[in-house]
Design a protein around this ligand. Structure first.
Ligand code: NDP
Length: 281
């Protein structure tokens, strides 16, 4: 039997339409500040897509561009200014920043209420506490929303997360734990990945290894979320070998059209929620 496809594009569209209606009803619009430093081509495309998506639903944007020579002080001064600016509701720092910049120091400076990426230690702590007030990073939040929308039953399920980054692996593992899954986190030093995959009822792969996970590895009727964005011969693919995995999985996200669109929708939602909180709505 072939798996059902978890269509992130469709769900993201309906979330964005719903947000647009809510933003249209506001007199003053939310405003997202986006900071792009350096000349990473992928970052430029991500920023362009985020700005376009925000503007489409009526969220105002302010773009701050710096070249590769930007200094730590320039970025810190900007963040300090944006923190104070009442017109700005959310601050998004496109990663990676140029090599010589201390990325963590700048992320930690963003006011937690304006931290729409959910990377500030305060928000990470709230997530760990399973608090409703946590701002949750867009990709992990989008993954859980996609699974909830498909009525996935989390309780007691074996969940395997491949990858332990701050932006995907760790927060998604915490969210799954908060949902009462039994969670295993694998990384580049993990042994016998294939055996762990075979036991997973829910697999979230965020390791950036093209087609690493074969259909033959996965458990019958597993739920597969493929976060990876990779290229083979210029063609986009995930961490999972989609064609073989879809024959065994119950639900599976495609790449593209799965997690990616949800990430943008959740960034917009986080900006809207930040606006509401700051305006006590
Ligand atoms: P990172 O490079 O920060 O982290 C990758 C993680 O995968 C690390 O923890 C690493 O282990 C682990 N890993 C690497 N190779 C293996 C392996 N062979 N077996 C098991 N684990 C492995 O990446 P990100 O978390 O930022 O992103 C992961 C992927 O998701 C990328 O393809 C990225 O492009 C994509 N992505 C997609 C998004 C979307 O919206 N769809 C958003 C963000 C990312 P170790 O810690 O030991 O090094």
């Amino acid at each position: 039997m072939t798996a059902n496809i978890l269509n992130g594009k469709e769900l993201a569209l309906s979330i964005r339409q719903n947000l647009k209606q809510q933003v249209d009803a506001l007199t003053n619009k939310p405003c997202l500040a986006v900071v792009l430093a350096g000349d990473n081509e992928a970052s430029k495309i991500y920023v362009k897509n985020k700005l376009k998506a925000a503007e489409e639903i009526g969220i105002e944007t302010s773009l701050f561009l710096f070249d590769n020579d930007v200094t730590q002080a320039e970025l810190e001064n900007l963040v300090a200014r944006l923190n104070e600016d009442k017109k700005i509701n959310g601050i998004m720092l496109q990663l990676p920043l140029p090599d010589k910049i201390d990325e963590k120091a700048i992320l930690n400076m963003i006011s937690p209420e304006k931290d729409v990426d959910g990377f500030h230690p305060y928000n990470i702590g709230l997530l760990q506490n399973n608090s409703d007030n946590a701002v949750i990073a867009a990709t992990p939040k989008g993954i859980i929303r996609l699974l909830e929308n498909a009525n996935v039953d989390f309780e007691g399920k074996n969940a395997l997360v491949i990858g332990r980054s701050q932006i995907v692996g760790k927060p998604v593992a915490m969210l799954l734990l908060n949902k009462n899954c039994t969670v295993t986190v694998a990384h580049s030093k993990t042994k016998n990945l294939e055996n762990l995959v075979a036991q997973a009822d829910i697999l979230v792969s965020a390791c950036g290894c093209p087609k690493l996970i074969k259909g033959s590895w996965i458990k019958q009727d597993a739920i597969i979320v493929d976060v990876g964005i990779n290229r083979i011969d210029g063609k986009l693919c995930g961490d999972v070998d989609f064609d073989s995995a879809k024959e065994k999985a119950k639900l599976i996200t495609p790449v593209p059209g799965g997690v990616g669109p949800m990430t943008i929708a959740m960034l917009l939602e986080n900006t809207f929620l930040a606006y509401k909180k700051q305006n006590k709505l």
